[in-house]
Design a protein around this ligand. Structure first.
Ligand SMILES: Nc1ncnc2c1ncn2[C@@H]1O[C@H](COP(=O)(O)OP(=O)(O)OP(=O)(O)O)[C@@H](O)[C@H]1O
Length: 460
């Protein structure tokens, strides 16, 4: 007798252009609901229609079956439409470069062809397992029940960031240099710290330096140190940041601001792993791992000859792009609750939470200054709040008509429209749920159900 309680089978999308291999893989995964696509277009069509959680992707797809361009274009499109997808990339080319490109582009895992069904089966099953855990974690975090922490101190429930945490964990124990790209306030320094803590260098120093904040003429000495008497004012021998981070990690923020002569000196350090202090004669060996960040367009700077291409490739063995806060579903409320509790404890314990209209305004805002802006706004609101709850007025935000983004499918578009209408109604009625329900033409219980469904509940 068929078991009506049987759980829904998980969906696996196989993107592979070889019909023989398609059949073989389909047969091997008969415990999953397998769908197959032979090229980018049909893969994206199936992603939109079926929303698979795991995808195995052959990099050699038509019209470039012997290269990787079409495969990577498919991977990028999948991850931009549905960032929580676990993409497992297969390549017959077996080059390290493809593996690095895949992982830094957000792939979950990489394996070399020819396919070993058992080995791939393990990877696929683990990917489903981790996807399930991440979904549970995201739900808990959005409800405010889970702690929502990743990599130590980073708070998020968004699949976009969980993907990045996973990438960071994977590269932490390689010695590859990592470049974090993201707008100001997206948490690059916190992620660099997270990478250090996830690596086996965690017991040694984590040293951070912002190259844009230090005058050009002092930056060399800050990085490389100096010997006593090397220049006027050098009254004692001083270690630079690179040496201070020996055995550990150096976070170089705003590398785009490093002047060209110093870029040459840094290149030498990265190639030979030795430094010379200013005024020093001996080469000192250092084992410092570099994580760097910038919000500048280094590729453009290379074209304009203001950044060295060879240094870029030394810095950017792995490039990780950090999404802006507005691209992290549910994180604005989650982080707001965290900062409200933190600042209330430090500054104004009378403030107990965020009113629904405040949460609505937070979710609708586009956050040009990212997490730093959110932190500052909540801090200010905690200081200024009259009552127990922070209201939308305390945040000094206007409800923003969200710019349309590329949505996965009609269901996702409807949900986005529902969320936006609900948030606006709550904001217009200053958080009064009965009035908001009236404004929306639905009953109060229906509105509560929708708040729950879209994870828009009020903080307790
Ligand atoms: N996910 C997060 N969870 C908790 N706090 C965060 C998170 N992201 C950022 N922050 C906090 O926001 C502030 C800005 O973060 P951080 O300095 O890491 O950003 P950044 O990208 O390095 O900024 P910039 O490019 O301007 O230097 C810090 O106070 C940091 O602790």
């Amino acid at each position: 007798m068929p078991d009506s309680n049987q759980p829904k089978r998980e969906k696996l999308l196989i993107v592979e252009d070889d019909p023989g291999l398609q059949k073989q893989l389909k047969w091997a995964y008969d415990d999953f609901d397998v769908i197959v696509a032979g090229d980018r277009e049909s893969a994206i069509e199936m992603l939109r229609a079926e929303e698979p959680d795991v995808v195995t992707l052959d990099l050699g797809l038509p019209p470039d079956p012997d290269g990787t361009t079409e495969g990577f274009a498919t991977m990028d499109e999948i991850l931009s439409l549905k960032p929580d997808t676990k993409v497992i990339v297969a390549s017959g080319h077996g080059e390290k470069a493809s593996a690095l490109r895949a992982i830094s582009g957000g792939a979950w895992d990489f394996y070399h062809k020819p396919v070993d069904i058992d080995e791939l089966g393990l990877i696929v099953r683990r990917a489903f397992h981790v996807h399930r855990l991440e979904q549970e974690n995201a739900t808990l975090a959005a409800r405010g029940n889970g702690d929502g922490y990743i990599l130590g101190q980073i708070i998020t429930g968004a699949p976009e960031m969980l993907k990045i945490a996973r990438m960071i964990e994977r590269v932490a124990n390689t010695n590859a240099s990592v470049m974090l790209l993201g707008a100001s306030g997206t948490g690059k320094e916190l992620l660099a710290k997270g990478l250090h803590e996830a690596s086996d260098r965690r017991d040694q120093a984590f040293v951070a330096i912002n190259c844009a904040a230090i005058p050009e003429n002092l930056l060399e000495s800050e990085l490389f140190g100096h010997e006593k008497g090397a220049f006027t004012g050098a009254i004692k021998t001083t270690e630079g940041k690179i040496e201070q981070a020996d055995g550990g990690t150096l976070f170089l923020d705003e590398v785009g601001d490093i002047p060209l002569p110093l870029q040459v000196k840094l290149l030498r350090f990265l190639q030979e792993r030795v430094i010379e202090r200013i005024g020093g004669r001996k080469a000192i060996a250092v084992d410092t791992r570099i994580v760097c960040a910038t919000h500048q367009n280094l590729e453009k700077m290379i074209k304009e000859n203001s950044f060295r291409e060879d240094l870029y490739y030394r810095f950017a063995e792995i490039v990780i792009k950090i999404p802006p806060l507005s691209g992290r579903s549910g994180d604005a409320s989650l982080l707001a609750r965290h900062f409200q509790k933190k600042f209330a404890a430090e500054i104004n314990p009378a403030v107990k939470g965020l009113a629904p209209d405040a949460l609505a305004a937070l979710e609708a805002w586009h956050w040009p200054g990212n997490v730093r802006e959110l932190e500052n706004r909540i801090k200010r609101a905690v200081i200024m709040a009259d009552g127990k709850m922070i209201g939308a007025n305390d945040l000094d935000l206007e409800v923003d008509e969200n710019a349309a983004t590329d949505l996965l499918n009609l269901k996702a578009a409807r949900e986005a429209a529902d969320r936006s209408a609900i948030l606006r109604a709550i904001s217009q009625t200053s958080g009064n749920i009965s009035n908001a329900a009236k404004l929306l033409g639905i009953s109060r219980p229906t509105l509560y159900d929708l708040l729950k469904q879209y994870k828009l509940q009020q903080a307790s």
